[in-house]
Design a protein around this ligand. Structure first.
Ligand code: COA
Length: 335
């Protein structure tokens, strides 16, 4: 079987890690806050509970712990890490949280920056970091997806607050001249449909001095048209994955695992059905964590790697999708 044309430097996958906060918010507990029920949430989304950050497990802390575990699995000397990309929409520091993670790790030779693409963020960051490796600029990279959407959820809005949780995941990737295990990828954006899911700024107007006003920085809460987002996901995700299979001369029956952004079990099942991928190959842990935005894909992969479900040389079709609107897909061979 042929992958995408191999051009001197490729990407290999060396390690994974993840971290979730301790606090567990069950459906039952949410129903004490808004008019909902475990039965409603479970049947519409598949979610039973989610994790909620406290001050000790913000995005920097969770991202650091996930990255540290991935580095330990890869067995890397910290000095050899060249690049850290943190996908997040909820940084602990608006100027970027990746530098704090770099410092906490002691990966002093790595350049570190944040990248924002909401629930597609991890996939976009993985592809971005991979291009640095393929281009020959860097040899070792840590890609982290970490989000703390609980800080931006309207906890009085039952249509959205049931969906989201907090967490982080990370992968360690390395350049190799022997093969390319990032078999192919695709990324898409449609800003025209951005209002279906967004987290807009909310700026109170203040004066600096007479006649000079400024807008105080701040954000409102997550705004979502659930039905439109649902329709977008079940339509676009199969299309982008089918395109990727075609471009890489793969087909869905060659896939060992489908790792989709963990938004809703009904979306996962619908995409799997359209691609004729059987349910046992569709990895899901959203029952325990809900939608952790940029974290879902590496959180899911790390769990499946540690449980020995994803094994060396397994073919993984993955797709991230969400606010932007943005979506993307990648075909990976693990190892
Ligand atoms: N508990 C109980 N009832 C609820 C509810 C809740 N948590 N949320 C909404 N409802 C009610 C609505 O008020 C509505 O009642 P009405 O008919 O009396 O007006 C009814 O349930 C149906 O609402 P609707 O919005 O049509 O539900 P739905 O079947 O579309 O399910 C979502 C809602 C959010 C679960 C679903 O649209 C979804 O998962 N969309 C994708 C969202 C997503 O994944 N976003 C992140 C992408 S990265």
């Amino acid at each position: 079987m042929e992958g995408i044309k191999f051009n001197q430097i490729g990407v290999s996958f060396k390690g994974s890690g993840s971290c979730v906060p301790e606090q567990i918010l069950t459906n039952q507990k949410i129903s004490q806050k808004v008019d909902t029920s475990d039965e409603w949430i479970k049947s519409r989304t598949g979610i039973s509970e989610r994790r909620i950050s406290s001050s000790e497990d913000n995005v920097t802390e969770m991202g650091y712990k996930a990255a540290k575990t991935a580095i330990e699995m890869a067995n890397w000397d910290l000095k050899t890490i060249d690049l850290i990309v943190l996908a997040t929409s909820t940084p602990h520091d608006l100027f970027g949280s990746a530098p704090s993670i770099q410092s906490k790790l002691g990966a002093n030779n790595a350049v570190a920056f944040d990248l924002t693409a909401a629930c597609s963020g991890f996939l976009f960051a993985l592809i971005t970091a991979s291009q640095f490796l393929r281009g020959g600029s860097y040899k070792r990279a840590i890609v982290i997806g970490a989000d703390q959407l609980s800080s931006f959820v309207d906890w009085n809005d039952r249509r959205s607050c049931i969906l989201f949780g907090d967490g982080a995941g990370a992968l360690a990737i390395e350049a190799t001249s022997e093969y390319d295990n990032l078999i192919g990828f695709n990324m898409r954006t449609d800003g025209g449909r951005g209002s279906f899911l967004n987290l807009p700024s909310k700026n109170d107007q203040n004066s600096i001095i007479d006649n000079i006003d400024f807008l105080m920085g701040g954000f409102s809460s997550i705004q979502m048209n659930g039905q439109e987002v649902y329709k977008f996901a079940v339509r676009e995700v199969p299309i982008i994955l089918e395109k990727l299979f075609k471009e890489t001369n793969y087909s869905s029956d060659k896939v060992d695992w489908l790792v989709l952004h963990q938004a809703n079990q009904r979306i996962l099942d619908s995409v799997g059905d359209r691609l004729k991928i059987p349910r046992e190959k569709i990895l899901s842990n959203l029952e325990k964590y809900g939608n952790t935005s940029a974290a879902t894909i590496p959180l899911m992969m790390d769990e499946a790697i540690k449980n020995n479900r994803i094994k060396q040389n397994d073919i993984i079709a993955t797709s991230g999708f969400g606010a932007g609107l943005s979506w993307g897909a990648a075909l990976i061979k693990w190892g």
